[in-house]
Design a protein around this ligand. Structure first.
Ligand SMILES: Cc1ncc(COP(=O)(O)O)c(C=O)c1O
Length: 397
């Protein structure tokens, strides 16, 4: 292993959202002293190539406005996406944006009007719903179906068909791989979804921010790569931020093959004065995509070992707890309903007794009540501590 994921890095007191701001996240619950395993960033250093590139720029000492996106940005994104997923992107499709969440906001503003419907598939990354509501669009939910026996989530196509056919609904925000349930959507599901959207005039925003984080035995398929018509109906979001721990640098590559949609999106960037990106973010993305393959392989091995360790531990020591093994992402969706406690009692158990700051399942939609999302991109000792605290808490039930 070349990158040392076993180095423990103390993040407390470093201005980190995850480590320094968790206490206020749980109104009504006492989260003081919790071990942070919530927000989706990692407790690992970025690749050395990224650190070196940033240090070099920092030492240059001049931080004036960067040029609009350069050829090197496009090349880095094109090469990476081709290597990872086999998708050939045209340079003109790539629109740099200061983050995926902002990009979703601009897409919602550009492609829908107030009161129109935007479809999401809960339990799902909660900013989707917030963006729709804050922009006064209608949240249209197409909940995933959970198979209690196989512990897998599926899309509910029957329900989706009824939602997609409603002429008021204009946009689908797809999460692939899916945060928080860890599904890497199969090609057949994506094709069916893409065709239904196309046939009914619903544009798709495919949030593929986690698409590098795929475990053994699974493969990510970009929706926009499936066929030419679906390609023209899809906006896809990529970023180096999850894969290489660069979230604080707020840089994303938004892929918009359709000229008309791209024009509308760019106009929306102009309306929001959001057309430029941070020079350090660009440098970091290029260094990560150009030199990060080995780091990613080591990262996946480390995180998957964490997941396997926790599953084995839970089987032995955590009665009533089912860990849903993710197919992708370092986020792990855990079912606590088998403890026999109510959803509120489960929240209190994890925050106040186990003292672990996680993302509460209900934040992702009502379907998430009784579940928790843990972030396993952490040092093994952090995971061991969390599991021991969970065990002690569960033994008090
Ligand atoms: C599905 C998904 N989209 C977007 C983001 C955030 O993207 P950004 O930091 O680029 O706004 C996250 C972070 O957790 C995420 O899980």
């Amino acid at each position: 292993m070349k990158h040392n994921f076993n180095e423990y890095i103390n993040r407390a007191g470093t201005g980190s959202a995850k480590w320094d701001c968790f206490e206020s996240q749980y109104p009504g619950l006492d989260a003081r002293g919790c071990l942070p395993m919530w927000v989706a960033d990692m407790d690992f250093k970025a690749p050395q190539a990224v650190i070196d590139a940033l240090v070099e720029k920092a030492k240059h000492g001049v931080y004036g406005y960067p040029k609009p996106k350069g050829v090197s940005f496009d090349r880095a994104v094109q090469n990476w996406i081709y290597k990872r997923h086999g998708w050939n992107l045209e340079g003109k499709w790539i629109v740099p944006t200061a983050g995926v969440v902002p990009a979703i906001t601009y897409a919602v503003q550009a492609l829908t009007h107030e009161g129109e419907g935007v479809i999401i598939q809960p339990p799902v990354y909660y900013p989707f719903k917030n963006i729709i509501q804050k922009n006064k669009r209608k949240v249209v939910e197409n909940p995933l179906k959970f198979d209690e026996l196989t512990l897998t989530y599926q899309m509910d196509f029957e329900d989706f068909e009824s939602k997609v056919k409603d002429p008021n609904n204009k946009l689908l925000i797809l999460c692939n791989p899916h945060n928080p349930v860890g599904r890497v959507w199969a090609k057949e599901d994506l094709l069916r979804l893409g065709e239904l959207c196309l046939a009914n005039g619903v544009t798709v925003f495919a949030d593929e921010i986690h698409s590098d984080l795929i475990f053994k035995g699974f493969k990510h398929t970009p929706l926009g790569m499936l066929d030419n018509s679906i390609n023209q109906n899809t906006i896809t979001a990529y970023s180096a931020s999850k894969t290489f721990n660069l979230a604080g640098l707020q840089t994303a590559a938004i892929i918009i093959p359709n000229k008309e949609i791209r024009h509308k999106y760019r106009e929306q960037l102009a309306i929001n004065s959001a057309g430029s990106i941070n020079i350090f973010g660009t440098i970091a993305l290029e260094a990560a995509y150009n030199h990060g393959e080995e780091y990613l392989a080591d990262l996946l091995a480390y995180v998957e070992a964490n997941v396997d360790y926790a599953i084995a531990y839970a089987e032995k020591h955590l009665k009533g707890v089912r860990i849903i093994k993710p197919q992708g992402t370092y986020l792990v969706w855990i079912d606590f309903r088998g403890t026999g406690l109510s959803a509120d009692e489960i929240d209190a158990l994890i925050i106040e007794k186990a003292k672990i700051a996680v993302d509460l399942g209900r934040w992702f939609g009502k379907e998430g009540a009784g579940f928790m999302r843990f972030n396993f991109a952490c040092h093994r000792s952090t995971l061991e501590k969390a599991l021991a605290q969970l065990k002690a808490a569960i033994e008090t039930i």
